[in-house]
Design a protein around this ligand. Sequence first.
Ligand SMILES: [Zn+2]
Length: 721
Amino acid sequence: MLRQIFLICALLLGSIIELLVGPTASASVPAALAVDLSVANLEMTPSIQYLDNATNADNSLTLVRGRRTTVRMSIGVFGTGAVAGVDGQLEVFINGVAMVGSPFSPENGPITAQLSPVNREETHYTLNFEFEIPGFSIVGPATSDVKLIATVDPAGTIAESNEGNNSMVLDHLGFECRRSPSITYVPINYTFAGETDPANTGLPSVIKMLPGIGDDFIWHTYPIPDPPNYYAAPVPALNFSTDVDTTSATLLNDLEATRALLFPQPDYIYGWLPGNPFFGNGQAAGIGTGNAAFGNTQDSPNRYQRTFAHEIGHLLGLSHNGSLLDPEVGFDGGFLGHEVTATDDCDASGVQGTKCRTLKDFMFAGQLTTAAWIDPITYEFIAAHSLVQKLSCSLITPPFLSLEPREFFLIPGQFVRPGCEAVDCCPGCPGPGFLTHIYELRGPVTLTPENLEGTRRIELLDAEGKVLFAQNFEVSFDTTDSEEPANVVPFTLFVPKVENVQQVVLLSEGKVVDRQVRSPNLPIIRILAPKQGETLKDQKVITWEAEDKDGDELRFSLQYSPDGGKSFVPLAVNLTDQKFVLDPSQIPGSRGQAGLIRLIATDGLNTATTEVNRLLVSGKPPQVQILKPVSSVAGESATVRQGSPLILIGQAYDAEDGFLPEESLQWLIGEKRLGKGRVLQVDTKTLPVGEHKITLTGIDRDQNRVDAAEMIIINDKTRSE
Ligand SMILES: [Zn+2]
């Protein structure tokens, strides 16, 4: 606002000077048509941004390399009324070099520029540009120094009293490198007999879980590069048959165990439920203290996408808040096709690029997608998070943290919410806090960091009661996507293996609440099927024998390695049965006959393992998807205005190879090759107006080729919106 007042003053001063010194060249405009356009402001929004904020500088929220950034140009109008037919351009320089395709045309325009002030919620009153400073595959300094020159009416088609004030320059904008956390997902096969709604049982919708759909809200709001490292775990669905309302902590323990048995290991794992059988919409394993979460796949409208962003927010360490975006206005740079229309004002339920100031931050519990966006505080929290920070752009960041295999204890357990003493909100729970089956494992793992303020504690003791290892930790009951706290919450600790552990003790606020004492005998186990050397096709029942001389109740987990033990995926965790039906189409193909199945049995603390090897499983083609451009309206092609960059974003994950490398992703428009990579920005000035087919081809190491395609329309630049 101050800037606008200053501009108006400057313009007035200019007019006074003209009056005093007589007509100049620019004053040849007839007085009746006297109009002057200027660039009043530039807002750079990767999803949310500060502008004209009382306490924060303009454009001071972190700008991210490799992420779509929208520049909204406000037009200053000096005259007697709105001015029609106003267009603009944006020049972008990275470290002094003009970006390919620069100068860019806005996605919308020409527009009718309004007499100020311009309400930021009115997207169609600003010229909106979108571009992406390369980040993922481009080496270079950690911060790109970006210069923008925004110009209104660059062609000079509108006669103005002053043509000399049509540009605004923003220089030395720092675009920083960030990392996208790796998040894998598994479908939950929910078979609780007491669930009466068929929409809430069985398997979740395959479509809703997909990259670009399930994680849609995350990649449109989080300050991370395109595309998120979100992928389908190459594992069977997780079977869950007890009431999720009362045993959600067990589901989270199972998800944590599933992640622990994955190698390479993602930062987080997310389980998708069919429909919405859980009272809390979703739940995370802690606030900054867990690695697993689950949520619904409920429409009406798209609750599931926001729940996913919310629960991952909890895992990152965010608590619930009551924040609105106000006074800021968000913008969805991933939105394409209908983002700016003549009627695009702030309608909270509307489908649009602009995100009203009345929307709530997604950590506000229990909202629908259309009621939520990201507020600046949440945005900056994530941008500064250790999983999102990146030391340098000079290395291509692998999606997975590099971890060496080591021996560790996986110690799961649960706590019941205080207040549940009166009403039994945890039927069958053995006490207010308890341990479940502990595993001794070997694999790549991030150990649980010590939380010195934690009120819960684990102690590993030897036979004499000497403490060999101890660590404080914390749990939280406010981890659902609901105002309602969870009744029972999980914890899963990954602690280093120490020798001679005789018992594991669980404490809460200094008091012992449970202990697991090592029994004299290891479980004795033997895999009956499959046999060594078998080829696994169709459904295969894995069966085993098990015996425990102490009569301990056993739990079983199954791992599969496609490469003789270098990498692993879990097949099932914490089974009580001695069989598991495997569908080999859901797991990675073996490297030759190097497939191996490992059975792990625990009696509570003693862990036994056995393996069957030389198994053959056939390879799988990659999953290839175009994430952008995709129309926001089903059945319609996305549109791009000629001169505005065409930003292509794709993702491909292969069960055997993992994320396909940049050079294995080829983009085409029609038959013409555009380039390679997960992200590609194309200059549309060289592309003909009309409808085109965009194809993304992904090729895995076994030369399996998979195509994904989308239709786009390149609109004539001169066509008015
Ligand atoms: Zn929550």
